[in-house]
Design a protein around this ligand. Sequence first.
Ligand SMILES: Nc1nc2c(ncn2[C@@H]2O[C@H](COP(=O)(O)OP(=O)(O)OP(=O)(O)O)[C@@H](O)[C@H]2O)c(=O)[nH]1
Ligand SMILES: [Mg+2]
Length: 310
Amino acid sequence: MNHELDPAAGTLPHENFRCGTVALAGRPNVGKSTLLNALIGYRLSIISPRPQTTRHRILGINTTEAGQIMYVDTPGLHRGAKRAMNRSLNRAARSAINDVDLVVQVIEAGRFTDEDEALYAALVEQSSPRLLVINKVDLNKDKTVMLPFVADLVAKHSYDEIHYVSALKEQGLKELEQAILKRLPVQPPVYGEDEVTDRSERFLAAEMVREQLMLRLDQELPYATTVEIEQFNDRPDGIAEIHAIIWVERDGQKAIVIGNGGAQLKAIGTSARRHMERMFERKVFLKLWVKVREGWVDDENMLKKFGYTD
Ligand SMILES: Nc1nc2c(ncn2[C@@H]2O[C@H](COP(=O)(O)OP(=O)(O)OP(=O)(O)O)[C@@H](O)[C@H]2O)c(=O)[nH]1
Ligand SMILES: [Mg+2]
């Protein structure tokens, strides 16, 4: 950028500088977090092939000469949520589509499910403009199959614009960014130009351990886990010492997370630490414990303790 950007000054860097908040909404696993990271050019939000990876609203900021876009990644909205934790994910996702300047509904190429339909119905209630992003277009080898799908979609739904993207291959993102920017208000920036999120390193450290749990544990086990950072201490030798507890629901789960001779826990710790060192730009000493708290997934008080309620 040519000029220093000072949010405290509260002035426009130039007369057409745009700034606003954009929610990335959609059902689980459509690629919202992958899209957030691609749009801000930073690996902020955790990603996995499993649904319900994201459990919090996560703000990701992208500042350019043209403006500042504050993206909000959200948990995937899903139906039939029975456990208290799942209801909390849906609450976080629903509240994120209120009070934003624009909503981007993300879907998967070729599929518009009942859950997509339910989200659309909620968006129509809002006054903010909405864009549709059809993600994962790289998976469709034959592009012509998209035509009847999209024709049917637009006959029944109204969006301000439709964009075809591949968040994974970073295709179609410049055009999407332009479409977003022009719908944001002209106003001064809220954050400094180097800021990428309002989340603390403590929060991000827990997320990086959780990402490894999502990637390495089978079946339902990741959904029985959460991560609590007990200590985050910058030592005089420049190393960040981080103590994290992996909470599970039952003793049997604890044994699986630890693995034979502690192998699984060691692998989780090594990968999470490497990611932390890259993100925090300093050496990390990570110590992990696995502890049992029966029924925490259904317990509103425990959810609050673990940071799942706003
Ligand atoms: N082929 C392909 N895969 C993608 C693309 N975008 C995301 N994915 C994959 O889709 C899976 C889910 O991606 P996420 O970004 O975690 O999806 P999400 O919508 O944030 O999911 P939740 O947080 O669970 O709601 C991962 O395996 C991604 O690598 C894409 O453009 N193309
Ligand atoms: Mg996500």
